[in-house]
Ligand binder design. Structure first.
Ligand code: GDP
Length: 451
């Protein structure tokens, strides 16, 4: 199967002035010689050639540009070509039909990237990042995928792998000389500190998953406040300019509504909650309970008020804030009575809040200070600023492997501390190595490799 020469439409179908059809495999230039007006067997790599795609009857299908790539310097690592034709579904279909009639097979989904992986052009985590890159919808997710595709994560893992291999080989060397009872190549305390160092790196990679996850899924922001304080008006106001993806989560009648939007290129998920008030209504109580759940999960909480909260309301909120950042949003400040009510509020009171907070005056109705509020949300979210070179784990599969690797590493540490024999410790080290190898798709380590 892998010797086949494959072809596929590389660009989205149905729109755009130009479409690109990719051909990849050993026979790329043989196939092209049968359908393109020029012979590209001797064309230099990374060059572009203007010509015609011609059918079996010698009729022109389209005027095209063909880019030439030669193994191993192509995306797949094979000989390949990209045909840029006019963006018509009909032309694309004709070209693909001609290519398949002349020795190509249509590529399966993901087959180009699969070949790149099999030919060592990228490892598994990089190949996965390609899918993330294509799916990225904003600056943050784009940057995460880009850094992973460029191999930051892979090179970090290969450094860890080298350190682990060194550790294993020291332990195994001891075994070879096990007749000499007191011979110890590997100083146990040095090994322990190396294990400690590796553990910290793996732990920090695993931690980056949480941050990466938040960026990928959207930073959760809960909008809370009494009924009629203007929560829905504010949400609509925020969404007007920023609507990215809309996802209504309907459950019961007074469920929470969730909407996603971009602020400064980062996705936030706003959860508009049921108004908080004491009620005997069972359904409404369920809604309020959901509000509290949303509050627990939120990174940022917008607390909308248009009046001074009672001591009870204030105490209730305080009891539910733990890790979140709070923005006290004074709404309806277009109304003089609201302004005077709120200006008499006791600033000392806010200082009793158990979390970091900021106060922003807005008028959702008049669109006043909404931009200030947006910037405050962005700042309060305290986003990890990922540089292109930073390593961030974004896949649950990788995270899972890292967590397992840490668990095995803790057995190595216990083994070293309790003077367990070298071969047993080395066995656990192998498990760590194979856990990490799962991420990049490298095979399990053979004993020879450790020497
Ligand atoms: P919710 O129950 O908290 O979602 O509140 P709504 O968004 O449904 O708003 C309740 C009422 O307050 C509506 O009549 C809104 O038009 C009004 N309202 C919302 N924001 C403002 C504001 O900034 N100024 C004024 N004057 N009225 C507002």
């Amino acid at each position: 199967m892998n010797n086949d020469t494959i072809c596929a439409l590389a660009t989205g179908s149905g729109s755009g002035a130009i479409s690109v059809v990719r051909v990849s495999g050993e026979a790329t230039f043989d196939v092209l010689a049968r359908v393109f007006s020029k012979d590209l067997h001797d064309a230099r790599p990374n060059t572009i050639h203007y010509g015609r795609i011609v059918d079996a009857d010698g009729l022109t299908v389209d005027d095209v540009l063909v880019a030439v790539f030669r193994a191993p310097h192509s995306y797949t690592g094979e000989n390949s070509a990209e045909i840029s034709c006019h963006g018509s579904t009909y032309i694309v279909r004709r070209i693909l039909t001609l290519l398949t009639a002349n020795g190509c097979r249509l590529a399966a989904p993901g087959e180009y990237t699969q070949r790149a992986f099999l030919n060592g052009k990228m490892d598994l985590s990089q190949a996965e990042a390609v899918a993330d890159l294509i799916a990225s919808t904003n600056r943050a997710t784009h940057q995460l995928a880009l850094s992973q595709m460029r191999g930051g994560f892979s090179s970090e893992l290969s450094q860890l792998r080298e350190q682990l291999l060194r550790l294993t080989s020291l332990l195994e060397l001891e075994l070879d000389f096990s007749d000499h009872e007191d011979l110890e190549f590997a100083d146990r305390s040095e090994l322990l500190s190396l294990v400690q160092h590796i553990d910290e790196r793996i732990a920090s990679l695993a931690r980056s998953f949480e941050a990466g996850q938040a960026l990928k899924a959207g930073i959760p922001v809960a909008i809370i406040g009494k009924t009629n304080v203007g929560k829905s008006t504010l949400l609509n106001r925020l969404l007007k300019d920023n609507r990215a993806i809309v996802s209504d989560v309907h459950g019961t009648t007074r469920d929470t509504i969730e909407e996603a939007m971009d602020i400064n290129g980062v996705q936030f998920r706003f959860i508009d909650t049921a108004g908080i008030r004491s009620t005997a209504d069972v359904v409404e109580r369920i809604g309020i309970e959901r509000t509290y759940q949303a509050l627990t999960k939120a990174h940022v909480v917008l607390w909308l008020i248009d009046d001074n909260p009672t001591d009870e309301e204030f105490a209730d909120l305080c009891s539910r804030l733990t890790h979140q950042k709070l923005i006290i949003v004074c709404n309806k400040t277009d109304l003089p009575e609201v302004r005077s009510r709120l200006s008499s509020s006791d600033a000392h009171r806010w200082q009793a809040l158990p979390v970091a907070y900021k106060i922003v005056d807005i008028s959702a109705r008049d669109n006043r200070n909404i931009d200030v509020l947006e910037q405050t949300i962005y700042d309060m979210a305290d986003l990890p600023e990922f540089k292109e070179t930073d390593v961030v784990v974004t896949s649950a599969r990788h995270y899972d492997a890292l967590v397992r690797a840490r668990l095995s590493l803790s057995r190595v540490r216990d083994g070293l501390s309790s003077q367990l024999s070298g071969d047993l410790v080395a066995e656990d080290l192998r498990i760590v190595l194979s856990d990490l190898a799962e991420i990049t798709g490298q095979g399990i380590i053979t004993p020879q490799e450790t020497l």
